[in-house]
Each structure stands twice: as C-alpha cells, then as structure tokens.
Design a binder for this molecule. Sequence first.
Ligand SMILES: Nc1ncnc2c1ncn2[C@@H]1O[C@H](COP(=O)(O)OP(=O)(O)OP(=O)(O)O)[C@@H](O)[C@H]1O
Ligand SMILES: [Zn+2]
Length: 840
Amino acid sequence: MESLFGNQDLFPEEGSNSFADIILPVPIPRMFTYRIPHSLENQVQIGARVIVQFGKKKVLTGIIGKVHNKPPQAYDAKPILDILDDQPTVNPLQIRFWVWMAEYYCCHIGEVMLAALPSGLRLSSESKVQLNPNFDPEESQYPLDEREEKILEALENSPELSYDDCEKILGVKTIHPILKSLVIKEAILIFERIQDKYTPKVETRIRLKPEIAQDKKALEAVFEELSGKVKQESILLKFLRDLPVFNNPALNEKGLDKAKLLEEGDSESSLKTLIKNGIFESFKQVINRIDETEITAGELILSEKQEAAVSEIKTHFESKQTVLLHGITGSGKTEIYIQLIKEVLESGSQVLMLLPEIALTTQIVARLKQVFGGQMGVYHSKYSDNERVEVWNGVISGRFPFVVGVRSSIFLPFDSLGMIIVDEEHESSYKQFDPAPRFQARDAAIMLSYFHQAKTLLGSATPSFESYFNATEGEKYGLVELPERYGNSNLPEFHLADLSADKRKNLLKVDTTRMMREKIQDALSKNEQVLIFQNRRGYSPYIQCEDCGWTGQCIQCDVSLTYHQFAEEMRCHYCGYKEKVPTACPACGSTQLATMGMGTERIEESLSLLFPEARIGRMDLDTTRSKYGYQKLLDEFGARHIDILVGTQMITKGLDFGNVTVVGVWDGDRILNFPDFRSGERAYQQITQVAGRAGRREAKGNVIIQTRRPDEAIYDRVIKGDYFEFYRQEMHERRKFYYPPFVKLIKITTRHSDYKTAERAALELHQHMAKIAVKKIVLGPEKAIIGRIKNLYQFESLIKLDRTGSTQSDFKNHLAVIQETITAKPEFRSVRFIVDVDPN
Ligand SMILES: Nc1ncnc2c1ncn2[C@@H]1O[C@H](COP(=O)(O)OP(=O)(O)OP(=O)(O)O)[C@@H](O)[C@H]1O
Ligand SMILES: [Zn+2]
C-alpha cells in the first residue's frame, strides 16, 4: 500500500497539481478527489476550506488534504467550486496527524476532522448564502440577469438560503455558476463559517474625550460646568476615582467598562448626556473570555532528587523520543514538569500538557497558572465552544505557546511542538470510547510528537504496563524513577479491615468495620480530614423486591436500572432512560422494595449516622454536573468546610490536600472484580492512587481497605509498594495468554436492531477475518456483556494480532474491504460495525 505519511505525498512539486483530495464531513472511508480548475490554481493550499459538490445534490464544505496530479480511477473528478480561505484553517502537520489517526484507529478521516475542529470552526454539511449587506442594486456597475434577480429577491425575504433552496427556486441542477457570478458582482456572500459561528465577547467602554483627558485646565472647566448637576458629577467623580486620569492621562485610552461605571445605580441617561455634550465618548472593545492571569509564582527550589530527575530526563531525550517518569505519589512530579516546560518555551517551541478530564480544574492547573500566567491556555471539555475557539486561535497567534488540556487538545493547531507531557499516563480516560475516532490520547500524543520531531514525557506513580514494558524490556523509552516523596512526607500506613471477620464478631455497623470507624474518629478528633473512596463501576445501587426478586430493568438495554435516591428515580446509565421508583413491586405487588448495593449516596448516609457531628460531602457524577461543581466541592474541602469527602474515581486523581490523613477504601473487593485482563493492573493503580492522597505533609497517613478477602496477593503488593514485582507477575500471565503488550488487540462490535441479523453479520465477519493471511487469533463472535443497548443487539469479536512487521496494517486494510463487502448485501445494509483498536 502506498504510504500516506511521506512528506512527498503531501507536498508534491509545485505547478504540477491538477487534483486535490478533499476531506469531507460525511461518513466515507477515504478522501474524495476533485479537479482543480485553472481559475483556482493559485489559491490551492493544503488545509484550506473549499466548496465542492458531493453526490448529485449536496454541496459541502471540506478541507484540502492533499494535492497531486493523479486522476481518480473509479470516477470522473468534479471541479472544486470555490476556495474559502486565504490562510489555511488547519496546518499540514495536523492533516498528517488526522490521516494517521484515521488509518490507525480504522475510522473515516471525516470523523477525525469532526472530532478535531471545535464546532465553532466546524464545516456545516451545507454551505449557505446570504445577501451582501453592502450591495445596492441601484448603484451596482454589473447588470444582473433574470435568474440572479430571482435569487436576490428570495434572499430579501429570508436571511439565508442553502444551495439546495437556490436550485429549487430556479429549477436548475447546478446552481454554483449563478452563485459564483453573484459573488463576483458582490451581491451575495457565501458563509464564512469562522466569523459566522464564533462570536467574540464585546464590551462597551467609556473614556473622556482625549482633548479633555490630556488637558488639566479643560478637565477643571468641565467640573465647573457640571457643578450642581449632581448625577453627572457623580459619574465623572467615579470615573476619575477608578481611573486616575488626572495624574496619568495615558490611562484614559483603555477606558472603563460601561457596566462597571454604572454599577452603583448611576443613571444611564446622565451618562448619555455626558456623551452628547462631548465630555465622554463610548467605544466597543473585543475582550478575552479567558482571563489573563499575571505571573505570581514564587520560584520553588527543586530538591536534589528532583534536579537529578530533570537532568536524567534530558539525557534520555538526547537518544530517545519518549521518557517515562515513574515517580511515586507525592514525589513532586509537577515541579519537574515545570522546569522542563520553562526550558522548552525558552527555546521557542510549543508545549502541550495532557491531564485526565477531571484533574483539569484542580490544583495542578492553579500551580501552572502561577508560573506561566497568560501564556498558558487551558482546554477543558466543559468549556463553551467560543472559549475553545479562543484557545485554538491563541495557539495560532502565539498567545498560548503552552496549553494544558484534556485529550482533545491534541487536535489544536500547533506548528512547532517541542514537548508533550502526559501526566497520569495510566489513566483510562485518555481513551475515547465513543464516537469515532476511538483514540488513546497518550499513544496519539507520542505519534504527534514524532510528526513534530518533539519529545514526549509520560508521568505516573503507577505506569500503565504497556509504558513500563516499553521503558524496560522494550527499550523504547527512557526510564526515570523517583521512589521517594518530596520533603518530610512518608507513604501512608495500610490497614486491611476484614469485613467477614467483623461480621462474625458482630462488629459491623452500617457496613463499616471497627478499624474504619476508629481511624475516621481519630482523624476527626484531631481536625484532620478524611477521603472515602467507592468504586462506581459494578456497584451501583438498585431496587429489588424482597419477596419475588424483581429488579427494575431498562426497556431499551439489557441492564438493571440504577437507583438515584435524591430524585427518587431509577435510571439507565447507558441510554439515560428513567422512571419513578414504584410504590409496589410491578411483578408481585409486594411493598417490600429494598435498596441493594452501595452507592456513594448510601455511604454518605451511613457516615452521617455514625458521625453525626461531621460535615460530609459527596463527589460523583451527580454532584459535579455543573461547570464548576467539581471545583466548588474541592474548594470547600480545601477550606476545611468538609470533614469527610465521599467519592468515586474522581477523588483519586492528583489531589494534594495536606490535611488529609485518612483514606478509606469502602469495598476493596469490588475493585478487583472486573472481567478483564487489565483488572489486576487497574486495581493496583486505583488503590495506590487513592492511598497516595493520604499524609502528604508531615502528619502520618492511614489507609483502610475494607475487604472480605484480605489474603488477596494484590493487597500485599500495594501495601509493600512493590510495583515491579506485581508488574513482573502480571506480565508472565499476559505473555502466556497472548494479551497486550505482547499482541495488539482489536475489538469489533456488530450492531443491529434485529437479533438474528446482528448474529449472522457477526458470524460472516468472523469467517472473513479468519481467512486473512496474517499472524493472529480471532475470538468470538459472542453476545456482548450488555447484549442490547438502545434497542440494538450487539455481538463482539476480539482479534489478537502479532505486533511485528506489517501485520497490523495488512489486517486493517483487509478489514475495511470486508466491512464494505458485508454491508453491501441488502440484508446487512443497516448493520453497523464498530471497530475499537487498542480497546481499554
Ligand atoms: N521543590 C519543591 N519545593 C516545595 N514544595 C514542593 C517541591 N516539590 C514538590 N513540592 C510539594 O510536594 C507536594 C507533592 O507534589 P506533587 O503534587 O507534584 O506530587 P506528584 O508527584 O504529582 O504526586 P501525585 O502522583 O500523587 O499527584 C505538593 O504539595 C508540592 O507543592
Ligand atoms: Zn438503557
């Protein structure tokens, strides 16, 4: 297969290009080839947006992905209708990255494009036209023909029309020549999406007329003139108080926000009079949504160990592209990152730092802001689209040479990255589940670095086994170890609290062991704080009838409904379906309905029974839905307004609170029980991470793990902090049973609304895949663990591929053809195959 990565492909010789491959926002596997008309030859640039006709009717906006001189074999190339950009919207490195992503993750490049562009920049599937507001038919030097007149008339009555509308109005098949002529005659505009959807925030500001501000005498004269006119005088006084123009006339220029000036009840009409009389003037100014923080940081001095780590990392970078920093919890990785980021920025390159979703609103960002201030952009998934476009534009303009962001920030328009840092690199939230592209941001970041000739630093206290493998046996990454905590802090002490033993001895109280109660009580009495962790997965509460065993089921998915006490509802966590909790069992009529399982809500309740004095907070999906919900809870906790914080995975990530001395793991066994080859690794990571929140300063930390199986080997490993030994054993298993990192996994889900059709399609897929001549194992198809979601039945196949040579790309190429062959059959037309490369 021809390489899609080679630079030559993207940048052929100048002057020889008569065709362009266009990335279109529609689900088609490949780029589509169009002819470049002579009139547009000079404007063709990779990354520019174009208008093309797609199929018989549709007119689409796409992006030029490649230019070349090979006519397509299978169809006649249509001409590009128009080019929208003088400056490309995306740069060639981004396109190269998109192409790689589509190939590697087996999805359409159009899907990658849609994921990559903030929707404010996104291309609509239909280009539209509007009247040019500057157009005056009376004064136009160009005569209009009848059809053009008709379009203009229609546009008088509706603010915008699609190409389709225009074709209908005139009853013609190709509208573009007519519209193009109208554009040239400056009568209409074709929508420029960027200006169109992105609305800058505008403020009205007030300042003195320059001649008054610059002349003290004139200003005094104004005062005299206003004496007695109390309202106007008060506005002028307030203005001068907030902006001491009298002493420093230069201040006048930037003026004051009008809303602020009138804040204290001064009347708008008095201000208007002042403007009318030529004392003040008002003007509009575009302001940044993202606040410009001043740099306030006191420099921290790196410890000797941190210094050594920094220089080891740099030494590795001389010969390796990627380095893994394995530093235990509280070892001070952040300051190491800061030092390296500073150096890269000083050298003139850009830096990207990836953080897991939820960690992004917390202390680490606050710390980075102190150091990097306004040159740091933050790219958050809870940001509004306008805010995202602002970060996007800030990267292009150079305002943000450094960005810290969630996984989607790998799509920002960097053109000269020097380093990417992936903090908490083991985090499973770096993987996007849905929709396509189902990418793993850590792995994609390494590829992106490679395209930029940059370096990647992976950091974690509990590295993913893949990364640790690459850093040790694989010899691909450099490895730097930081085995001690920063300062005088030590790792916490662990206690296994045996639930079964306590039950036998009658020591259990509302699901707590004596050990748990004692340690919590102890901390509370010393005014120290407590974190209680409950794994959400697999342990959500549900309602069950105690007489007949009935449980609420989702009507669209094969799962039980989860009980939400606060709303008195049962909800499906897969499709959002919900219903009120019934007063009696729908099956047998009994009123003995009980709550089973232990969600965070129940734990909160139990704790408030046990510790009625304590202030208890809860952090889970329900309490953090709003934009600042998470931050607010953490602020309260940080300010010690909460004594005990109960939470899901969210509380395990990177929190650094000095006053937390007790961490309780409510049900350790639940963490061990995933039906997954990664369950051991995940459990080790989760317990170690949450335990790492305890005792991060001088005061000693305690970690209590409640369990029915205190003899599980994994607890012993976690307690000893013996990552390497644990890794070694798990690796042995993975090698034996063919699991990553020794093979590559691809999971394919076959979905259809009819059970039989889904099953048959999955079988056919299986048979075809079995015949592909590469080194592999094909498992399945099996009914998925959740056999039906949103009324679609699903079957899963798992493929284990040899890691070497071209096995993967060969397999993926065949797979694409097989999918097309199967869905070409009428009976399988609406079957969907969901390909997940490197599934979590
Ligand atoms: N050089 C230093 N000078 C002063 N304080 C430091 C220094 N390095 C680290 N610290 C402090 O030590 C604590 C732990 O550091 P940090 O949060 O960076 O750890 P970490 O390695 O990221 O841990 P985790 O993996 O648990 O998130 C923080 O409170 C930090 O401010
Ligand atoms: Zn459902």
